[in-house]
Design a protein around this ligand. Structure first.
Ligand code: GDP
Length: 319
């Protein structure tokens, strides 16, 4: 049994590789919901949607979010009605937002709505939101206290970041199945997602970090930081703002209380050698997922390394 903790874009690529080599009934995916927002009155959950579209084979590969071949007629019409248009919800994508909002208005929880959407999309793996409670990632900048989507999509993550917090986290509970999926897994994988805004919100839900610390599962993370910078997006800036080094050592620090293995890019082999001296197990392999085959190769390599006995996990694999 494999449980994955993930955000949207980087995580979805990794999950795409994983689903080619793991039976769906053996896969549980716990997804960040700190980016969720109300958009035109609809409940939008960007990371749940990216993962669901990926698993259903509907994710736009060019954009990395939204539905492939989607159209944007509604967005255009909403603009004509004087409504904000900075969050690009496509027409087919909107159907998911309308359906989820309807289910929530009917009294379903977010996990029930997620299960319903997954089943309608023919998804066999289990997809769980981190919590049914609202936990909102807030990014404090000189321009104000922004929601994640305001910071990331509306303002192109250009603002200097003073701090990041997860509003509502202390009162939240893990969604049904989340703790069990961590406890009963043979392997827990942290996708190469943004540690600060995709994985940290999950870890901020009371009980989840403890479950990881106590789980007998092997726990491995794939680094989203390669060669001292994020592969995409603001992970580097955000890690620095939180006081972490923007390096594989910084990623190891972020997860140090529960991590068994860090999977890093071959480019970071010298840094991996240094990190091993601290006692962290590190596996080097190509981690940049440009092509479809890269996703499968990374998933295989991470899985093999994580399931090997500790002594063999330190082997450096050259590309
Ligand atoms: P978000 O919710 O859309 O921000 O998505 P994620 O947090 O899942 O993904 C963003 C993170 O993925 C960034 O920190 C990137 O550095 C990382 N990332 C994106 N593509 C790749 C890749 O091909 N390889 C690796 N190792 N990391 C990646």
């Amino acid at each position: 049994m494999i449980t994955v903790l993930t955000g949207g874009t980087g995580g979805a690529k990794f999950v795409d590789g994983l689903r080619q080599i793991v039976r769906p009934e053996d896969l549980t995916i716990i997804v960040n919901t700190g980016d969720d927002l109300l958009w035109w009155g609809l409940y939008v959950s960007p990371d749940l949607d990216s993962i669901a579209y990926m698993l259903a084979g509907k994710l736009s590969q060019e954009r990395g979010w939204g539905v492939k071949s989607d159209t944007f007629f509604c967005l255009h019409a909403m603009g004509q009605l004087g409504q904000p248009t900075w969050f690009h919800a496509g027409d087919r994508d909107l159907a998911t937002h309308v359906f989820r909002s309807k289910l929530l208005a009917d009294g379903k929880t977010l996990s029930e709505a997620t299960a319903e959407i997954a089943s309608r999309l023919g998804i066999k793996a289990r997809v769980l939101p981190m919590s049914d409670s609202r936990v909102e990632t807030r990014v404090l900048t000189p321009a104000g206290d922004l929601s994640f989507e305001e910071y990331f999509v509306q303002r192109w993550y250009q603002d200097p970041v003073e701090s990041v917090r997860f509003a509502g986290a202390s009162d939240a509970e893990p969604a049904p199945g989340v703790i069990e999926a961590i406890r009963s897994a043979d392997l827990v994988l942290l996708a190469p997602s943004n540690p600060v805004t995709s994985i940290a919100p999950i870890l901020a839900v009371p009980g989840i970090r403890e479950a990881l610390r106590e789980s007998r599962a092997r726990i491995a993370a794939v680094s989203p930081i390669v060669g001292g910078a994020a592969v995409t997006g603001p992970a580097g800036t955000l890690m620095a703002a939180q006081g972490f080094a923007v390096s594989i050592a910084g990623v190891a620090d972020f997860y140090q209380d529960f991590l068994d293995l860090l999977v890093v890019d071959s480019e970071d082999a010298p840094a991996a050698e240094e990190l091993r001296k601290t006692g962290m197990r590190v596996h080097c392999t190509p981690t940049i997922m440009r092509k479809y085959e890269d996703r499968i190769a990374l998933a295989k390599s991470a899985l093999d390394a994580a399931m090997q006995p500790p002594s063999a996990q330190d082997a450096v694999e050259r590309p």
